[in-house]
Design a protein around this ligand. Sequence first.
Ligand SMILES: [Zn+2]
Length: 89
Amino acid sequence: MPALQSVDDDISQVFRMEHNKEILTEFGKRIQRCYGCFIAYHLKDMYLGEDVTFFCEHCKDENMFHFDQFAQLLDISKLKEVAEEDHHH
Ligand SMILES: [Zn+2]
């Protein structure tokens, strides 16, 4: 039944998106030190450099993505891994 299958896919996709949004919101509230100036910022105000390094708006360069951008580019499961890793500290 192709029609039913497609409805199921739509629903699970919406659930995934909502779930991802929650993860991103939580992730954005995390405090992260800038790798350039070592001042702590909320992740949602930061920029992602290479090797998952985070920089503030003063230290970023034009190759880096703002949180809002890289949140959409990054694999959410990886974000979650990073977020969960931090709980061990
Ligand atoms: Zn900085």
